[in-house]
Design a protein around this ligand. Structure first.
Ligand code: ARG
Length: 566
């Protein structure tokens, strides 16, 4: 099977001894448009070695490298040597590989033996699981799958926000106004009501704050009543969160949240002390981070209570010890950028090299059209509502357009949820954006449903053909420009996954699958598939199946379903 980059790197190597085959391979690019060739080797770096203009070097190389059956043209184009791949070889390589590897197409063993910890989602108990959590949840899930696909051992963690003074407030509010049955009927909304009421009333009765603090201290000291209430808030909240995870088909290896680390903080504080890193400032204990040009990290408050940051230090050590990670990823919004810089830099100061293996994968904020989200003011959009509305809307569309479609519930769920997931993944992570119902529920343009529809279209053609599809075809029949475009997108699948993984940017994979769907739909419109000519039909069907398989593999990597009909 032809590995074009390998063939090209070797042919260049035969002309220049100053670079290794690997170095050459790493330099090879894909030209911006197909008329310029399929691969390009830039000669700018060589200019210094050879003391000649890049253009002269490229001209010289292009003249010396002989065309072969697989690479049938080599030209100089403004300082690049451009290579044209034989379309028949391309078809053979891609089709054979996809038919052989099937659901494994795109995968590799690149990360074999290495562990990546991915922390994502991490909602706060007794608080809404709102649209602001959708990005961490969906991006974290996709990243986990991307790493898994390249052979990494992946550990998925949900760092639940289940600790802090707000639980003192909640206990006070519950004891004053709460009712067990009402909470159990609708836990999050009810607990939120209690929390909001606490703040309203505490404005005029400041002694309530003292009471809340004392309940929190009781909780920290293991008071049975406090623990029981807290545990119950946690269990009820988790039940609600799990409804969302079920809709999204997401699971975690651990729900060890902030509370889990509360008894692991003293050891960290002691080590900071032993290493003379802890300094007193206004009665509080801090780590000075001036040398990293960061504000000091607050480790312990004046009253002895610990902080979010202290728990993140404890959790970092616990994760290193428990999973011995090669990489530890935190999928958390960009508002917490400073927080994570401080955590990583404290660990650096403590003398641990593995601070370099921790990555804050951040993303922009989600705002609502009516303004920023505010839990206290009740201005929130629940993620579960978004998903359910997307499902209902999809069901309406199917019932209207294709009332005979079977499995309407299952398809509506796959497509409705897929629309939300794909939208979140296809934006570049870092951009802030405003949530819009209209956009989320629109299936036009570059959306998840469009990709899923392309998959279903492939399935329909294959069903209609009613014959078995094989990779044993006349590859020359797939060398026309439309088919070749589909093939050259298909060929880049693994590369897209690898780039997305290295940059922690799933949108590179959504871009890949949109390009594939577009190229395929163009081919589909221009090239009748179920034709009389048996050879041509077999060749085109093989391309349909290769596309179908690749879209299915991609959607699964993104955490989406690939229904066969819609
Ligand atoms: N619970 C936090 C929130 O909802 C996110 C937790 C982020 N993870 C961490 N290790 N600090 O904002």
């Amino acid at each position: 099977m032809a590995d074009f980059k390998k063939l090209i790197s070797e042919s260049i190597k035969s002309q220049i001894s100053d670079l290794t085959v690997e170095e050459i391979r790493a330099l090879i690019e894909v030209p911006p448009n197909k008329d310029m060739g399929d691969y390009a080797f830039p000669c700018f770096k060589l200019a210094r070695i050879f003391r000649k203009a890049p253009n002269v070097i490229a001209e010289d190389l292009a003249g010396k490298i002989q065309p072969t059956d697989d690479i049938n043209r080599v030209i100089n184009l403004g300082g690049y040597v451009n290579f044209f791949v034989n379309k028949e070889s391309l078809a053979k390589k891609v089709i054979k590989q996809i038919f052989n590897e099937k659901e494994n197409y795109g995968k590799s063993e690149f990360g074999k033996g290495k562990t990546v910890v991915v922390e994502f989602s991490s909602p706060n108990i007794a608080k809404p699981f709102h649209i602001g959590h959708v990005r961490t949840t969906v991006i974290g899930n996709a990243l986990s799958k991307l790493y898994q696909s390249q052979g990494y051992n992946v550990v998925k963690l949900n760092h639940l926000g289940d600790y802090g003074t707000q639980f003192g407030k909640l206990i006070v509010a519950y004891k004053l106004w709460g009712d067990k049955q009402t909470v159990e009927n609708d836990p999050i909304k009810e607990l939120l009501k209690l929390y909001v009421r606490f703040h309203d009333e505490a404005d005029s009765k400041p002694e309530m704050e003292d009471e809340a603090r004392s309940w929190f201290t009781k909780l920290e000291n293991g008071d049975p009543e406090a623990i029981e209430l807290w545990q119950w808030f946690r269990d009820e909240s988790l039940k609600e969160f799990e409804k969302v995870y079920k809709l999204l088909d997401i699971d975690f290896d651990s729900y060890a949240g902030e509370s889990f680390y509360s008894d692991k903080m003293p050891a960290v504080i002691k080590e900071l002390e032993d290493k003379n890193l802890l300094v007193e400032s206004d009665g509080a204990m801090i780590v000075d981070l001036e040398d990293s040009k960061l504000p000091p990290a607050l480790i312990q408050k004046r009253d002895g209570s610990t902080l979010y940051l202290t728990r993140d230090l404890a959790s970092a050590f616990y994760r290193k010890k428990t999973y011995d990670f090669d990489k530890s990823i935190y999928v958390v919004g960009s508002q917490q950028e400073l927080h994570f810089k401080q955590v990583f830099n404290v660990i650096k100061k403590m003398g641990y090299d593995w601070y370099q293996d921790m990555v804050h994968v951040q993303f922009g904020m989600v705002a609502l059209e009516e303004g920023t989200m505010s839990t206290r003011k009740g201005r929130v959009v629940f993620l579960e509502d978004v998903l359910n509305q997307a499902i209902d809307r999809t069901r309406e569309i199917i019932e209207e357009k294709n009332p005979e479609a079977g499995n309407i519930d299952e398809v509506a769920k796959a497509v409705g949820v897929g629309a939300v997931v794909f939208q979140e993944l296809s934006n570049s992570r870092i951009k802030d954006y405003t949530f819009s119902w209209a956009r989320t529920l629109s299936f036009e343009g570059e959306t998840g449903p469009y990709v899923q529809y392309t998959h279903a279209r492939c399935c329909a053609v294959l069903r209609k053909a009613g014959q078995s599809v094989s990779s044993d075809i006349n590859y020359e029949l797939l060398s026309d420009p439309d088919a070749a475009d589909v093939l050259s997108v298909l060929e880049t699948f693994n590369k897209s996954i690898m780039t997305a993984m290295k940059k922690n940017e799933p949108h590179i994979v959504t871009r890949f699958v949109l390009d594939l769907a577009q190229a395929f739909n163009k081919f589909y419109h221009n090239s009748p598939i179920l034709v009389d000519d048996a050879d041509l039909k077999a060749a085109r069907l093989a391309l349909v199946e290769a596309t179908r398989q690749t879209i299915e593999n991609t959607l699964k990597l993104l955490g989406m379903k690939a229904p066969q009909k819609m």
